[in-house]
Design a protein around this ligand. Sequence first.
Ligand code: SIN
Ligand code: CO
Length: 378
Amino acid sequence: MIACNWKLNLDRDKFLAQHWQSKALLIRNAISEFKPPVSSHELAGLALEDQVESRLVECRDNVWKVHHGPFHTDDFDRDPPWTLLVQAVDHYFPEVAALRKLIDFIPQWRVDDIMVSYAVEGGSVGPHYDNYDVFLLQGSGERLWKLGQFCDDTTALLPHDELRILDAFETSEEHLLRCGDILYVPPGTAHWGIAQSECMTFSIGFRAPRISDMVSRWADQLLEKLEPETFYRDAKRAPMARPGEIHQRDLDRALAQLQGALDQADGSHWFGELVTDPHDTPLQDEDDLAQARAVLKDGPKIVELHPAAKLAWQQDARNIVVFANGECQKFDESVLPSLLILCESWRLTASDMKTALADTGTVALLNYLVDSGVIGVA
Ligand code: SIN
Ligand code: CO
């Protein structure tokens, strides 16, 4: 994976204290001399591919329409205005993946993917809100962004099967974005971008697990660990005067026993598994896999993180738990130096590999990461 040559002009501490998850921020000239790492032709080419998720949005006479890819080149030969949106472009272009490094002060497992949009003059996906934080980086051309009211699931939407267009938009700010400018939009804030010329926008989107998904993962993990033949107990209970009643003491007893069971089955791997769960199961090319395994046997070569890889780790009392594409395994603490380099620079150089291969724990880690589709040979 290639290095990120761009620098983000942003006061990180101020941003985290005043804007992250709460208040939009316009960052003028966020990246000096920025040049989009993909062209509109490359983007259109990607939208022709079967495995790539792409959409084309257009609005005529106030009727919004969405078409889904894969597209044919003729599809782009249509009356303006329209917008092409291609999801997870960072998974296919390492130069786009490198843009994720700009936001390295937020954990990598919070990043979802980089969506790239190309619009002809007047193109827009309409006024809407997202449930995720997004950094909208202007790649080429000019786009007028309007910011609006705070929205939630009670906010009125236009009737549409797929697009979530707002019924009403109350403009509070307007900004014309040019190449290298970034507009940060927190979850729930209405926004509406309209291309003022042919333009391209890179949306660095963040993922946040739904609380309901967290509860479901947590409960699944708990149920796997709980002893099913343990029952509610109420020895030494006081006599009941009103036999039909569920007394507060009974409820308290039940909650205390539940808490005891939770403490016993303590574990937090469900969180790492959830936040590293890939949207799509990564395609494992058997030749690449065999080559990567051979490299681990043969000695130092460069290994790199796949652009679509989801990798995170956490420290337990005795182990390092490594989460790779939604699964996890425990390793000895000796893996930490190589793991830190991999998470920071997304690669292990030949000299890093020499050190890594000298430690049996790290060799086990590298084999695990190869099998999980997280790393490959450069
Ligand atoms: C766009 O790039 O046109 C839309 C991005 C967004 O609103 O999140
Ligand atoms: Co949006």
